[in-house]
Design a protein around this ligand. Structure first.
Ligand code: ATP
Length: 668
C-alpha cells in the first residue's frame, strides 16, 4: 500500500482513504425484469363492473314513461285506453295500453320497442300511487266519471331489485379486495423488489434476479485474476453443456466460495460467470436473510432456492456469506441471540444438501473472512471449492488499469505500467475508483483528454483525501508541520529498510496537515529490522519537533497510533521479542475477537506492555539520535518544504545526497 505518514490535527485522526468503487456493482444491480408482458388486471375489473351495472343501465333504454295521476286520468283513462294496471310493491302503478291503440299518434312513442323488432308490450306508463286505498278510491271515481263500464283489471305484485341486493352483498368484498391489492402493490413498490420486507412478503427472498440477457459482464471485464478465472471457467462450461460432464459420471461442485479482501473482484467474478454462461443470476447479501424475527431467514433461504430451481440452470450469489455462515454456537454470549442466524444457516445447509449436484443451480459465495465460516458449510458437497483472491500485484494492477482505461479518453502521457507502480496495495475497486476520479478531475479542469497528472492527483486524493489549501494555518503551525514532515523524510531517507520516499507535502489534505508518501516494495516477508526502522521513521516527526522546538505537539497522533499498533504486533503476534519468546497470540479463526478473556496471564500482559513501551522508546531515541546527527539536513529539508510546500524524491536528493545503502554509523 502506498503509505503516507501524516501530521494530525489536534483532535482529528487521519484515516487512510481507500474508497472502493462500488458504482459498477451497484449499477449492475438491476431490478428483476418481469419475463413476458404483465397481465392487465384492470381489464377484469372493468368487465366485472360493466356486468354489474348492465341490468341497471338497461333501464336507461326502457320506454316506460313516467307520468302523474292527473295526466293518467285526463289523457289515458278518459280515452278508455287502459288494458290493465299492475301495482308494484304497493308503490307504483304500471299501466298497459290496449294493443289496438298502438297506431294512435299519442301512443306511438310508448309502443316503440327498446331493442329489436316488434312492439313494446308494456308496461307503457307508470306513476306513483301514494297509498293503495287512495288509488282504489280514485280509480272508482274515475271509472264512474268516464263511464267505463268494464272494470279495469288491477293486480298487485311484489318485485325485488336483485341488482341492488346483490350489490349490497358484493360491494364490501370488492372494497376489501381493492384495499388488499393496493397494500400489496404499495409494499412491492417500496424498493423491495420481488420479495422485500413488505408485511406480506416477509418470508420471501429479497434476492435480485438478473436475467440472462441482462448480465453483460464477461471474463473480459475481469483482469488479473487468472488462476481464479481458470477455476470458475469449469462452472461456466458445466452450465453451458452439462452433458459433457454428466455422461462421464462427473459431479460438479454445488458451491464455490470466493475469499479475499474487499474490492478484489469477488462479485465481479461471480457476475462474469453468469454473463459467460448466459444463465440467470440471483444476487443477495448474507445480511439480507436475517431479520428481527426468528424464522424469516430460514424462510427466505427456502424461497430463494425455490425460485432458483424454477430458473435452473442458474447461479445464486451470496455476498458477505459470513453474515449467516459464521461458526455456530461460538460467540453467542457476546453477540446476543444467535438463534435466527443459526436457523438461517441450518436451512442453507439443508438446501445445499437438498438439490442434486446436477440440478443446474450453482451457489457462489463471497467473504472476506473464510476463517469465521462454519466447518459444515465448507465441507465437500456444499462449498467444495475455495478460491482465494488477493490484492493484485504489479502486473495484475496493470491489467486492471487496462480494463478500466478502456472507456476513458486519454492523452499520450498515460503509461499503465507507471500507474500500476504508483498504486501498490490498491485493490481492483480502488483502481476503478482512481480511473473514474481522474476522469472527473480532468473534466473539472475542462480538459479534452485525461493526462498523467490527473491520475496522480486522483491517486493522492484516494490516499490522503482532498487538498484543503483554504485551511487556515498560522505561520508557527506551518513551521512545526514542516519540521515534523522533514523529520520523517530525513530518517526514512537514511534508514535502509524503510520504504522509498516519493514526496512530502505540507498542504493540508483530508484531516491531515501534512504527509509523506512512501512506495513500498511488494514483498511477502518483512524482517525484524524493517519493523524497527519503520517505527523509528514514524516517530521521526515527533523527534524533530522535540529537537528543534524543545517541545512536542499533538500533530503526531496518527504516528503514535500506528507505532503502538505495530509495536504490539511485533511483540504479541510475530514473536520478535526475546523475553516473550517465539509465541504468537494471533488467532486466525477470529473467534478470540468475541471473547473477553485474554489468551495470556496477567504477568505476561504486564511484560508485553513493558516490552512494547521499551521498543517504542528505543525507536524514539534512535530517531532523535539520527536527527541530532543530521540537524543541518533536517533544517534544509524543512526550509525547502516551507518554500515549495511539496517536495519530491529529487529535491531530497539535492539536499541529502543519494540514498545510502546502509547507515552503519547510526546507533541502533
Ligand atoms: P466486497 O468484498 O467489498 O464485496 P468484492 O471483492 O466483491 O468486494 P467487487 O464488487 O467485485 O469487489 O469489485 C468492485 C469493483 O472493482 C468492480 O465492479 C470492478 O469495477 C472493480 N474490480 C475489482 N476487481 C477487479 C478486477 N480484477 N478486474 C477489473 N475490475 C475489478
Amino acid at each position: 500500500m502506498l503509505i503516507i505518514q501524516t501530521t494530525n490535527n489536534a483532535c482529528n485522526l487521519y484515516k487512510m482513504n481507500h474508497s472502493g468503487n462500488t458504482n459498477q456493482g451497484q449499477s449492475n444491480n438491476q431490478k428483476p425484469d418481469p419475463s413476458g408482458k404483465r397481465f392487465k388486471w384492470w381489464w377484469i375489473y372493468l368487465i366485472m363492473l360493466v356486468l354489474l351495472l348492465l341490468p341497471s343501465s338497461l333501464n336507461i333504454f326502457s320506454t316506460v314513461k313516467e307520468i302523474t295521476w292527473q295526466q293518467f286520468e285526463k289523457d289515458i283513462l278518459s280515452r278508455k285506453a287502459v288494458e290493465k294496471i299492475v301495482v308494484v310493491n304497493n308503490e307504483k302503478a304500471e299501466v298497459y295500453i290496449k294493443k289496438e291503440l298502438s297506431n294512435e299518434a299519442m301512443f306511438k312513442e310508448v309502443f316503440k320497442p327498446s331493442f329489436g323488432k316488434g312492439i313494446n308490450s308494456g308496461p307503457h306508463y307508470s306513476f306513483n300511487i301514494g297509498s293503495v286505498e287512495s288509488f282504489e278510491r280514485k280509480m272508482d271515481e274515475a271509472e264512474k266519471n268516464f263511464s267505463i263500464s268494464e272494470k279495469i283489471a288491477v293486480s298487485y305484485v311484489k318485485k325485488t331489485n336483485w341488482f341492488w341486493s346483490i350489490l349490497g352483498w358484493v360491494l364490501p368484498f370488492i372494497l376489501l379486495y381493492g384495499l388488499w391489492t393496493f397494500l400489496l402493490r404499495r409494499g412491492g413498490g417500496m424498493g423491495m423488489g420481488t420479495g422485500g420486507s413488505s408485511i406480506f412478503n416477509f418470508g420471501k427472498s429479497t434476492a435480485t434476479l438478473i436475467e440472462k440477457q441482462k448480465s453483460n459482464v464477461t471474463f473480459d471485464d475481469v483482469a488479473g485474476l487468472e488462476e481464479a478465472e481458470l477455476e470458475v471457467r469449469e462452472i461456466v462450461d458445466f452450465l453451458k453443456s452439462p452433458e459433457s460432464f454428466t455422461k462421464l459420471g462427473a459431479k460438479i461442485p454445488k458451491g464455490v466460495i470466493l475469499v479475499g479482501p474487499p474490492g478484489t473482484g469477488k462479485t465481479l467474478l461471480a457476475k462474469a460467470v453468469a454473463g459467460e454462461a448466459q444463465v440467470p443470476f440471483f444476487s443477495i447479501s448474507g445480511s439480507e436473510f436475517v431479520e428481527m424475527f426468528v424464522g424469516v431467514g430460514a424462510s427466505r433461504v427456502r424461497d430463494l432456492f425455490k425460485r432458483a430451481k424454477e430458473k435452473a440452470p442458474c447461479i445464486i450469489f451470496i455476498d458477505e456469506i459470513d453474515a449467516i455462515g459464521r461458526s455456530r454456537g461460538k460467540g453467542a454470549f457476546l453477540s446476543g441471540a444467535n438463534d435466527e442466524r443459526e436457523s438461517t444457516l441450518n436451512q442453507l445447509l439443508t438446501e445445499m444438501d437438498g438439490f442434486g449436484t446436477n440440478s443446474g443451480v450453482i451457489v457462489l459465495a463471497a467473504t472476506n473472512r473464510a476463517d469465521m465460516l462454519d466447518a459444515a458449510l465448507l465441507r465437500p458437497g456444499r462449498f467444495d471449492r475455495h478460491i482465494y483472491l488477493e490484492l493484485p500485484n504489479l502486473k495484475e494492477r496493470e491489467e486492471i488499469f487496462k480494463v478500466h482505461l478502456r472507456p476513458l479518453i486519454l492523452d499520450d502521457t498515460i503509461d499503465t505500467h507507471f500507474l500500476a507502480a504508483q498504486t501498490p496495495g490498491f485493490s481492483g475497486a480502488d483502481i476503478a475508483n482512481i480511473c473514474n476520479e481522474s476522469a472527473l478531475i480532468a473534466a473539472r479542469k475542462k480538459k479534452e483528454k485525461i493526462g498523467k497528472q490527473d491520475f496522480m492527483d486522483a491517486i493522492d486524493r484516494a490516499i490522503g483525501g482532498l487538498e484543503k489549501k483554504s485551511k487556515i494555518i498560522s505561520p508557527e503551525e506551518k513551521n512545526i508541520i514542516a519540521y515534523h514532515e522533514a523529520g520523517h523524510a530525513v530518517i526514512s531517507w537514511l534508514l535502509k529498510h524503510v520504504d522509498p520516499l516519493v514526496k512530502v507535502s505540507i498542504i493540508p489534505r483530508g484531516k491531515s496537515l501534512g504527509a509523506a508518501w512512501y512506495l513500498p516494495e511488494e514483498k511477502q516477508l518483512r524482517s525484524e529490522s524493517a519493523f524497527t526502522e519503520h517505527l523509528c521513521a514514524t516517530l521521526g516527526g515527533r523527534a524533530a519537533e522535540e529537537i528543534v522546538f524543545g517541545e512536542v505537539s499533538s500533530g503526531a497522533l496518527d504516528d503514535l497510533e500506528k507505532v503502538t499498533k505495530e509495536a504490539y504486533m511485533m511483540v504479541v503476534y510475530y514473536g520478535f521479542n526475546k523475553k516473550i519468546g517465539n509465541i504468537s497470540f494471533y488467532d486466525s479463526t477470529g473467534q478470540r475477537d468475541m471473547s473477553i478473556q485474554k489468551p495470556y496471564s496477567e504477568e505476561t500482559g504486564k511484560l508485553i506492555d513493558e516490552e512494547v513501551r521499551k521498543l517504542v522508546s528505543d525507536a524514539y531515541q534512535r530517531a532523535k539520535a539520527i536527527l541530532q546527527q543530521n540537524k543541518e539536513s533536517l533544517q534544509k529539508v524543512a526550509e525547502l518544504l516551507l518554500k515549495k510546500e511539496v517536495i519530491f524524491k529529487e529535491d531530497l536528493e539535492s539536499v541529502l545526497g543519494k540514498r545510502p545503502d546502509s547507515i552503519a554509523s547510526i546507533p541502533a
